[in-house]
Structures are given as structure tokens and as C-alpha cells.
Design a binder for this molecule. Structure first.
Ligand code: FES
Ligand code: FES
Length: 169
């Protein structure tokens, strides 16, 4: 809803399963809204040119570079960030994969990488190495050379595919 006098908007979202409404400036980017107003600082902000991918979150199931979207545009949406990956039964298979396969070093790219990987596996549960590299091509990592990231995603795919039907989340 618009507040005409101050050029602010109320934005209501579900973030990692929790309903939140906050007022922000109309021009506030989703990445800043998530970090500063929703307090979910796991999502990183790494560039002014929308090419690093560290800000990727899932908006209504779709991976989005949250530095390219206004918070106001996300009104009413269901957002998943890295903080929402871990379930009641422990780490998400993608998180396990990154740990087991050493898919991170400094960790700066990791939150966006994990959300992008989750979306990739939802669209393609059995990706080839090429498909993983292609699917994550919008995510820059300065540390790992990507090899272990690919391994981590393959690990997660194996784990998710081994789960009984319907148990994957
Ligand atoms: Fe670099 Fe969004 S912060 S792509
Ligand atoms: Fe450092 Fe990817 S682990 S940027």
C-alpha cells in the first residue's frame, strides 16, 4: 500500500515461513529489505552490477537476484533465503553437500549458491556436471574454482533422490 506523503510502501512477505510486514522506501531493493528490515543477513550483497549472484533468494519458488528487484515488487510473495534451508530434521541436503564436499572457502558466495542450487535441483533432479555448471553460471565464486561446488550439488542430488517420495522439501 502506498503512503503518498513519504514515498514509502508497506511490504508484506512470508520469509522463511514467517509472515512479516515492514515499511520501506519505494525504491528499496529487496536485498536490503531482507537484510536490514527483515534481519536475515545470510543473503549477501556483493556488487552494483547485478552479476555476482550472492544475493539470490527464492521468490515464489523462482531464483531471483534480490538486488535487481524492488522490495515493493515482492509484496505478497513467499521468500526463501539460506536461513530457511535448515529443517527440523537438520541440515538441508544442499547444506550437507557443501560441507561434505568442501564447496565453500570464504563462504561469501555460498548463500546465493545454495538457493540457486536448490532451484536447479527442483527443475532438474538429476543434472549432469555440465547442467550444474550451466545452472550456476550466474553465481560467481572467487575461491573454489567451482569443482567442489559441482560435487556438492551432485551430493545433494543423490541425497534428495534417495529420499522416499514426497519427503524432499
Ligand atoms: Fe551481485 Fe546481486 S549483489 S548480483
Ligand atoms: Fe569464497 Fe565462493 S567460497 S567466493
Amino acid at each position: 500500500m502506498s503512503h503518498d506523503h513519504h514515498n514509502t510502501v508497506d511490504v508484506s512477505v512470508t520469509i522463511n515461513g514467517e509472515s512479516r510486514t515492514e515499511t520501506c522506501e519505494a525504491r528499496t531493493l529487496l536485498v536490503h529489505f531482507i537484510r536490514e528490515q527483515l534481519g536475515q543477513t545470510g543473503t549477501h550483497w556483493g556488487c552494483d552490477t547485478s552479476n555476482c549472484g550472492v544475493c539470490v533468494v527464492s521468490v515464489d519458488g523462482q531464483p531471483v537476484k534480490s538486488c535487481t528487484m524492488l522490495a515493493a515488487m515482492a509484496d505478497g510473495s513467499d521468500i526463501l533465503t539460506v536461513e530457511g534451508l535448515e529443517g527440523d530434521d537438520g541440515l538441508h541436503p544442499i547444506q550437507e553437500g557443501f560441507m561434505e564436499c568442501h564447496g565453500l572457502q570464504c563462504g561469501f558466495c555460498t548463500p546465493g549458491m545454495m538457493i540457486a542450487a536448490k532451484s536447479l535441483l527442483e527443475q532438474n533432479p538429476n543434472p549432469t556436471e555440465h547442467e550444474i555448471r550451466d545452472g550456476l553460471s550466474g553465481q560467481l565464486c572467487r575461491c573454489t574454482g567451482y569443482h567442489n561446488i559441482v560435487k556438492a550439488v551432485q551430493y545433494a542430488a543423490d541425497r534428495l533422490n534417495a529420499q522416499p517420495e514426497g519427503a524432499a522439501s
